[in-house]
Ligand binder design. Structure first.
Ligand code: AMP
Ligand code: ZN
Length: 498
């Protein structure tokens, strides 16, 4: 598998430090409000990438933090007459709820910055001892970027340009730092702000230090992947690299992955422009699976444009896949079989190897398939191969999803009442698995209990006996239970409507 590494500006073969283990750290949100749909992009992209790594057989240690102390949180606390802790706890809970509704798998560890202050102080002290940091008269501790010869290596910023800009500022301004690019490691408390004791002064850490402390601590070793949105490349990740490598004398991470931005109708999303949407706004209108399909239908390094029209078309695409699956499920049931709602994480194939074993087993079970079905299964297998090739090419989910549509198209054209059970099951398993790798789930909810099944049966009998009053009563009863019936030429179909 190849992934694009921001550090080298190249697609590189992915080879983690340890053979079967991936240590992955994704910078998480600052929690002062409901998360917005831009924040959802790295969450969905890197959660899907993690799922794919697991499907490839890797054990993944996935760490994503919450920045729970910061100027915006403190401002919100003052504005709402509450404490920083109350604000951050509230929005962490809200964020977790949104993440759950977007099928984001729980991280292996989710550290909070405020729980790591002690370690951050030790880390900053070490930077001072090593000569990489200095304290100025008001107690602020800065990182001295002039001590790092390759500062700027991630963002490829021209540091000399930045420095010449700084000279002008120092003439007119009152900056106390030595170099323009020097950044705050520790800042002194202001009135009414939460603070911590430290050898430097009473205050709190700057933002760029927390990940340097939490990543090695929770990932338990050298990082394979460090990820986040592209706005983090500079200064956040650049500054993380400078600090980390000053202390540990080894690369912070082998690969750096960054998602491009999400814009609204081709404009930057911002509250002042009035084009700002929270994840909650969108999930109130659309299922989280549709939102995921929308997000992953664009390659993660390409700017993603959001609009409600585009969401509506993602909804239509999702329904096309859903209808295909429900149709297969209906045909399977007609053959007297039942498919369980296997689209849960633990019911997917363990890994790619097992999945291909299954495909090959089906192909060798010739006697249970007719020759047309064998042809179609081979065609589907071809699309499956392309799907994986696309994911292996810098996680191109957009082109991988196209393969799912191709499979759906073939299945819609070929699956019918005459299909063999094994063929139907195959279609069902393949589509579900390819979606599941991307964390997209179609709910079959087919385990309607015996009561509902018998109601449908009773309605069939009532209709046969021309007792339409009873038939309508049963239809309404089922609607109350969220089941909608549709009379088709192949029999009664039902779907869950709530
Ligand atoms: P923040 O809370 O601002 O630190 O953001 C949390 C994560 O969301 C970071 O990885 C950001 O890069 C990412 N992010 C913020 N805004 C957007 C956006 N409009 N599009 C894509 N990613 C974003
Ligand atoms: Zn970070």
């Amino acid at each position: 598998m190849k992934i694009y590494n921001t550090l080298t500006n190249k697609k590189e073969e992915f080879v983690p430090h340890k053979k079967n283990l991936v240590r992955m750290y994704v910078c998480g949100p600052t929690v002062y409000d409901l998360i917005h749909i831009g924040n959802a992009r790295p969450m969905i992209v890197f959660d899907s990438f993690r799922r794919y790594l697991e499907f490839l057989g890797y054990e993944v240690i996935y760490v994503s933090n919450f920045t729970d102390i910061d100027d915006k949180i403190i401002k919100k606390a003052i504005d709402t007459n509450s404490t920083q802790k109350e604000v951050s706890n509230k929005y962490i809970e809200e964020c977790k709820m949104d993440m759950k509704n977007m099928n984001i798998k729980e991280a292996t560890f989710t550290p909070y910055a405020t729980d790591e202050i002690k370690d951050m102080i030790l880390f900053i002290s070490e930077l001072i001892d090593l000569g990489f940091a200095y304290k100025v008269s008001d107690g602020t501790v800065y990182f001295d970027t002039s001590k790092v010869s390759d500062y700027g290596k991630l963002s490829k910023k021209n540091i000399d340009d930045l420095k010449s800009g700084f000279r002008e500022i120092t003439v007119t301004g009152s900056l106390s730092k030595k170099n323009y690019t020097d950044f705050v490691l520790w800042k002194p408390k202001k009135e009414n702000e939460p603070y911590y004791d430290s050898p430097f002064c009473e205050g709190r850490p700057g933002w760029h230090t927390e990940c340097c402390v939490m990543a090695p601590k929770y990932c338990g070793g050298a990082l394979d992947i460090h990820a986040g949105g592209e706005d983090l490349i500079f200064p956040h990740h650049e500054n993380e690299i400078a600090q980390f490598e000053a202390v540990f004398k080894e690369p912070f991470s082998k690969y750096w992955m960054h998602n491009a931005f999400l814009n609204i109708n081709n404009e930057k999303m911002s509250k002042s422009l009035g084009n700002f949407f929270t994840v909650r706004d969108i999930l109130n209108k659309f299922d989280g699976n549709i939102f995921r399909l929308f997000m992953l239908s664009t390659h993660y390094r390409v700017m993603l444009n959001f609009s409600f029209d585009l969401m509506e078309s993602a909804k239509k695409s999702f329904e096309r896949i859903e209808n295909c699956i429900l149709n297969i499920e209906f045909l399977i049931k007609k053959l007297g079989n039942r498919v369980e709602n296997f689209y849960n994480d633990d019911e997917l194939f363990e890994n790619k190897l097992e999945f291909y074993e299954y495909i090959n087993d089906v192909l060798s079970a010739n006697s249970d398939l007719n020759s047309d079905e064998i042809d179609i299964i081979n065609k589907i297998k071809n699309y499956v191969d392309i799907y994986f090739d696309k994911l292996d090419d810098d996680f191109n989910t957009a082109d991988a999803i196209t393969q799912i549509y191709e499979i759906v198209k073939i299945v819609n054209q070929t699956a019918n009442e005459k299909s063999n059970l094994l063929f139907l099951l195959f279609c069902f398993e393949v589509i579900g698995t390819l979606l599941g790798i991307l964390g997209i789930k179609i709910s079959i909810k087919n385990n309607i209990d015996v009561e509902i099944e018998s109601l449908i049966e009773e309605r069939n009998i009532a209709r046969k006996n021309k007792d339409f009053k009873r038939a309508d009563e049963i239809r309404n009863l089922l609607i109350e239970q969220g089941i909608e019936l549709e009379d088709t030429r192949q029999g009664v179909k039902w779907k869950r409507i709530k």
